[in-house]
Design a protein around this ligand. Structure first.
Ligand code: ACO
Ligand code: ZN
Length: 231
């Protein structure tokens, strides 16, 4: 099954001239009129949604050489909550979430990473929770005969099913979304955002990695969360 997946990926790149747009990050086929149309419709809408013009009042919770992290609260001015919502929608559509399903919209805290090009390239939505269920690694499959390469290992990891413990554990902060712009991934943006959440979520206290919980992680989310939590 993994070999098939690899073939599909390769075929997609070689035969159909797949291109990644250097501005919006969309992968599309330049040979397909439908794809090109879809890209042109997405491109500007996406760039508008992540464009950051600067606000009169910004709650800067962290600063770095390549950007800053802003915190947006539900009662903030409309210009701030609207931008938070626009970015959340971009993230949701990429995650395949149908509608905004915040479990407690009145307490949701949105963290935005704004880079030096004035684009919101990261978004984390954190909500207060009481308990969480630990994700358990699926029972070990029989070892395959062939040794798998790092790439295949990655594909295997993405396909590995996972299940949850039935024993609730105490957690304080639930991460309902974590999203980083595709062209800006693997630059520790998600890591820095979660470190910042842990420092600023509860006034005057620092949350441990055990006190935060990821809701319904995607394969990307699970790879990241596993590394981040050091499990
Ligand atoms: N594959 C393998 N390992 C990964 C991946 C990946 N796709 N992403 C992160 N990691 C691991 C790596 O070990 C990485 O360290 P390294 O780059 O030194 O090897 C480490 O996690 C830290 O990664 P960051 O650079 O901090 O993470 P990034 O800024 O790239 O953001 C994220 C990760 C948010 C998952 C991003 O890939 C993304 O937005 N994906 C699409 C949306 C998504 O699936 N979000 C998670 C949904 S689950 C939820 O919201 C609760
Ligand atoms: Zn584009």
């Amino acid at each position: 099954r993994c070999d098939d997946d690899q073939l599909i990926i390769d075929a997609g790149q070689k035969q159909f001239g797949a291109t990644t747009c250097g501005s919006c990050g969309m992968l599309y086929s330049a040979d397909s009129p439908e794809d090109k149309l879809q890209h042109s419709q997405f491109h500007q809408r996406f760039l508008d949604a992540i464009k950051f013009v600067g606000w009169k009042k910004e709650r800067v919770v962290n600063e770095f050489w390549d950007g800053k992290i802003l915190l947006v609260l539900p009662d903030d001015p409309k210009y701030a909550t609207r931008k938070a919502e626009d970015v959340r929608k971009v993230a949701d559509s990429e995650l395949g979430f149908q509608q905004i399903t915040l479990s407690s919209p009145n307490s949701a805290k949105t963290y935005l990473f704004v880079n030096s090009d004035k684009m919101v390239v990261g978004c984390v939505v954190a909500e207060q929770i009481r308990q969480a269920f630990r994700v358990l690694e699926q029972a070990q499959q029989p070892q395959p005969q062939k040794k798998v390469s790092a790439d295949q290992e990655d594909i295997l990891e993405r396909h590995r099913a996972w299940c949850c413990s039935t024993v609730p554990e105490r957690a304080i902060c639930g991460i309902s979304r974590v999203w980083v712009f595709s062209l800006m991934r693997r630059k520790s943006i998600a890591t820095r955002m979660l470190d910042t959440v842990r420092n600023s979520f509860m006034y005057g206290s620092h949350l441990t990695k055990e006190e935060i919980a990821f809701s319904d992680p995607t394969p990307d989310g699970k790879l990241f969360a596993t590394k981040y939590c050091g499990t």
